[in-house]
Write a protein that binds this ligand. Structure first.
Ligand code: ADP
Ligand code: MG
Length: 272
C-alpha cells in the first residue's frame, strides 16, 4: 500500500469533518473518493497532504507515519496534489509554475545560486527541461512563456497537474480535476489519468462526474458524514444500498428545490 489511513479524525470546533475514516490506496492504483458535498473528502485529502493537522488517527505514506507533518515534508516523501480551487502562481509564467515543482528534488545550494556557478546553471537547465517534458506529457497547448493566469481554465488545470508531476510523486491526489471542464477535456483527462498511472504513480481522485469515476476507477471509496460507507469496484458501489441512500437523500432535496423553482418560473411566465 502506498497510502494507509486509519481512524482518521478531524474536528473544526464543533464540526467533525472526518470521523474515524479508514481507507488505503495501492501502488499504481486508480482510486476514486466520492460522496455528497460536505462528506469530508477534501478534509481527508488535506490531512493526508499536511494542509490540515488531524485531530487523531494514522496516515502512512509508503509505510511511514506522516500524520501531522508539514506539507513540504509530506511532499518530499512522495505525495503531490492538485486543489479543488486552482492554486497556480498567476503572476509567474506557465513554465515557471511547473519548474517550481522540480525544486523539491533539484539539489541547489544558495551559494551556487548567488554566484551563478556552472553547477547552478546546469540544474536550472535540468529544471526547465523537466518542466517542458511534463507540459508535453499533459498536452498543454497554450503559450508556456506567458503568465499562467492568461491561459484558459482547462489549460490551467493541466498546468497544475504538470506541476504536481514535476515533483516526481509516488501518489497523486486530484481534488475534482474534471470540475469546469467540457466534454472533450474530460475525455482527455481520463486518458491522462491512465497515462500517469502507467508511469507507476498511484492516483486518488475526488470527483463528482460519475461517468468519469465509473470509467477510470479500479476502486471506489464512498464517504458520508466523515466516514467510509463503501469500498469496492465501480459496479459494486453503484449497486450498494448504503451508497444509493446517501445520494438519494440529497437528490430528493435537490429535486424538490428544482421542482419548486420550475413551478415558480412557470407561474411567472403565465402572468407575464
Ligand atoms: N476550514 C474549515 N473550517 C470549518 N469547517 C470546515 C472547514 N473545511 C471543511 N469544513 C467542514 O467539514 C465538513 C467536510 O467538508 P469537506 O471536507 O470540504 O467536504 P467535501 O470535500 O466532501 O465536500 C463540512 O461540514 C465542512 O463545512
Ligand atoms: Mg471538496
Amino acid at each position: 500500500m502506498i497510502l494507509e489511513v486509519k481512524d482518521l479524525q478531524l474536528d473544526f470546533g464543533g464540526v467533525r469533518a472526518v470521523d474515524g475514516l479508514g481507507f488505503s490506496v495501492g501502488e499504481s492504483e486508480i482510486v476514486s473518493v466520492i460522496g455528497p458535498n460536505g462528506a469530508g473528502k477534501t478534509s481527508a485529502f488535506n490531512c493526508a497532504s499536511g494542509f490540515y493537522k488531524p485531530t487523531a488517527g494514522s496516515i502512512r505514506l509508503a509505510g511511514e507515519q506522516v500524520a501531522g507533518l508539514r506539507p513540504s515534508a509530506i511532499a518530499a516523501r512522495g505525495l503531490a496534489r492538485t486543489f479543488q480551487n486552482l492554486r497556480l502562481f498567476g503572476d509567474l509564467s506557465v513554465l515557471d509554475n511547473v519548474r517550481a515543482g522540480t525544486h523539491l528534488w533539484l539539489r541547489q545550494s544558495a551559494l551556487d545560486a548567488l554566484l551563478h556557478t556552472p553547477r547552478y546553471r546546469r540544474s536550472e537547465r535540468e529544471s526547465s527541461d523537466e518542466a517542458h517534458k511534463w507540459l508535453d506529457f499533459v498536452g498543454l497547448r497554450g503559450d508556456r512563456a506567458g503568465l499562467a493566469r492568461h491561459l484558459p481554465y482547462g489549460e490551467q488545470r493541466r498546468v497544475e497537474i504538470a506541476r504536481a508531476l514535476a515533483r516526481r510523486p509516488k501518489l497523486l491526489l486530484l481534488d475534482e480535476p474534471a470540475a469546469g471542464l467540457n466534454r472533450g477535456e474530460k475525455t482527455e483527462l481520463l486518458a491522462l489519468i491512465r497515462r500517469i498511472r502507467d508511469l507507476g504513480v498511484a492516483i486518488a481522485l475526488i470527483e463528482h462526474d460519475m461517468s468519469l469515476v465509473m470509467e477510470v476507477s479500479e476502486r471506489v471509496i464512498v464517504l458520508n458524514f466523515g466516514k467510509e460507507i463503501a469500498d469496492g469496484t465501480p459496479e459494486d458501489v453503484r449497486r450498494d444500498p448504503a451508497v444509493i441512500e446517501a445520494y438519494l437523500g440529497r437528490d430528493a432535496a435537490d429535486a424538490e428545490i428544482h421542482a419548486a423553482r420550475t413551478e415558480l418560473a412557470g407561474e411567472g411566465a403565465q402572468h407575464a
